[in-house]
Design a binder for this molecule. Structure first.
Ligand SMILES: Cc1cc2nc3c(=O)[nH]c(=O)nc-3n(C[C@H](O)[C@H](O)[C@H](O)COP(=O)(O)O)c2cc1C
Length: 388
């Protein structure tokens, strides 16, 4: 039988960056990020990233200093239906803690049992998605759509909290509203306040609206307003975090307790080391050398091989390779080489050819900006149809 979170000492699974707090330690950890009983030594979290934040990416982020990572969003009903998706979702690796499991759905009745399953499987935090802007998701009354339905959203939070809140922190991810209208704003604060009244440990706010999708900036001033509004309650900020400096700046400018790094850490695990350095008051470390890029990609690759096997790992790693390529001094050639990868042997060839540290490479420059990656199923276009 699987060991239960509540019956074992969870610290033995955790990296040194994260510990479940013992009560007497409370006073000395005020500068850390606190998500319920979880104490993170730096306030920089790896966001939930559909299509990306699988076990291999999460391990890579941890190796580079991420104190907490979230799995990709999971559909609540898949957690309850027997099958491959359920098996995959409930597979939590002993070296992957603390990890958040994020749920999305539309029916409050389904959320509680699904959250319970995630908690039993070993997720340390249960997160609820009220942010996804993908048209199909909205059409099925899930994700960001629920920002327009505060009663349903709060019912979902209540069910999840009732199911797992006694043993696990429950958190919520929201965009700043469905759109820029007054009603959206009212709904946002109704859900935010209601969520904290129900006992959620933290709320992550992405400063874009659902209609905005990924067009235009994330409104950091809204994050500042949210933080002022909730006082001591824990807010994590999201949106436009493509460098360690931006992560520090969001905390300093908005007062949020921590940040979730999303597009900024795909193919860029070094951002966590850079955040650590800045958080300690040190200079930024140099951009990753070819040797360090090779090491990170090779370990990521080994984890992908372990998870997906030789048949699929090459294809899965291609999309990460494209993002890793942005650090390479010959970025466009390396990107093209990764795009051409169809199997594991071709992936390893790219690594041998383009990441040979013995070769004389031009200077590596730090990657900044999100490239052209938007989100699976979400286009750069603002949402043109009326959300249901
Ligand atoms: C490819 C992709 C997948 C995403 N998947 C999720 C997800 O599964 N759950 C979630 O809450 N947010 C998801 N997001 C949103 C991000 O976590 C984050 O809030 C958003 O990208 C804004 O941050 P950024 O501008 O720094 O990238 C996703 C974003 C991208 C680009």
């Amino acid at each position: 039988m699987r060991e239960q979170f509540s019956t074992v000492n969870p610290n033995r699974f955790l990296t040194s960056a994260a510990r479940i707090e013992a009560p007497q330690e409370r006073s000395k950890i005020d500068t850390m990020l606190r998500i319920g009983p979880l104490q993170l030594d730096i306030p920089f979290v790896q966001a939930a990233l559909s299509g990306y934040s699988d076990l291999a990416m999460r391990r890579t982020a941890r190796r580079h200093g991420a104190p907490y990572t979230l799995n990709e969003v999971m559909l609540d009903k898949f957690i309850l239906q027997p099958g491959k998706k359920r098996r995959e979702a409930l597979e939590v690796s002993p070296d992957d803690h603390p990890v958040g499991g994020q749920l999305m759905g539309s029916d409050p009745d389904v959320f509680g049992p699904a959250a319970f399953e995630l908690a039993q499987a070993g997720y340390d935090v249960i997160d609820i998605n009220f942010g996804c802007p993908v048209k199909k998701v909205l059409g099925r009354c899930r994700g960001g759509f629920l920002l327009s339905q505060p009663d349903v959203a709060l019912d979902i939070i209540r069910r999840v909290h009732d199911a797992v809140g006694a043993t696990h922190p429950v958190t919520v991810k929201m965009r700043r509203g469905m759109d820029d209208g007054r009603e959206s704003r009212r709904h946002f604060f109704e859900i935010l306040d209601g969520a904290f009244d129900l006992g959620v440990a933290a709320v992550t706010v992405h400063g874009r609206t659902v209609r905005q999708r990924y067009v235009g900036p994330s409104q950091w001033k809204f994050l500042a307003e949210v933080k002022r509004h909730v006082g001591e309650k824990v807010i994590l900020g999201s949106g436009d975090l493509f460098s360690a400096q931006a992560c520090m700046e969001m905390i300093q400018r908005t007062g949020v307790d921590g940040v979730t790094i999303a597009r900024g850490c795909i193919g860029n695990p070094w951002i966590f080391e850079e955040c650590r350095a800045l958080w300690r008051g040190e200079e930024l470390p140099p951009p990753p050398s070819i040797q360090r890029q090779r090491d990170a990609i090779a370990s990521h690759w080994c984890d992908s091989l372990e998870i997906y096997g030789h048949k699929h790992a090459g294809r899965v790693m291609r999309k990460f390779g494209i993002k890793y390529a942005e650090h390479h001094p010959c970025a466009s050639e390396v990107r093209a080489a990764f795009i051409a990868v169809n199997n594991w042997a071709e992936f390893e060839n790219v690594l041998e050819l383009w990441y040979n540290p013995e070769r004389d490479w031009p200077e590596v420059r730090r990657r900044e900006g999100h490239g052209d990656l938007i989100a699976a199923g979400a286009t750069a276009e603002p949402l043109r149809v009326d959300a249901p």
